[in-house]
Design a protein. Structure first.
Length: 147
């Protein structure tokens, strides 16, 4: 079972969905300030800047947009991998798409390590680990499949 690429890729799909759900929950729960400095910071995050062309957005708006994009990225990665696994995609296609996912989510992992805190670091790290093991265990395409 541990040598089968499908096991590792399904595990990556599960963790992509878990990451998307957990991260989405954070979009609906507002932070509570623990002290006066945090209260001031949260108030300033709501300050509406004039960004030109009639757009007035706060840092909280931008933060929410970027956070929701991360949830959508995880959802996209999970759905495409699950689709390919359900359709029994050939090893060539699967290795290519999983390789692309691996590059993207490895980049996400690096950003998480540099700029965030433990839960997103651990979750994105597990996604990268499972994608990497899955990618390495996908069998080589045979000569007959290529013709």
């Amino acid at each position: 079972m541990l040598k089968r690429h499908t096991f590792w890729l399904w595990l990556a799909v599960v963790f992509l969905f878990v990451t998307a759900v957990i991260h989405s929950i954070g979009l609906f729960i507002g932070p509570v300030p623990a002290n006066e400095t945090e209260r001031q910071l949260l108030e300033l995050m709501n300050y509406q800047q004039d960004l030109g062309a009639g757009y007035h957005r706060s840092m909280r708006n931008l933060f929410t947009a970027l956070s929701s994009c991360f949830s959508f990225l995880c959802l996209l990665g999970g759905l495409t991998t699950a689709f390919l696994l359900k359709r029994n995609a050939g090893p060539g296609i699967l290795k290519g798409i999983v390789g692309i996912h691996l590059l993207v989510f490895a980049g996400v992992f690096v950003v998480m390590v540099i700029f965030t805190f433990l839960p997103p670091i651990v979750l994105s790290g597990l996604v990268v680990l499972f994608l990497a093991i899955g990618w390495m265990t996908i069998p080589k395409e045979s000569v007959l499949e290529m013709s």
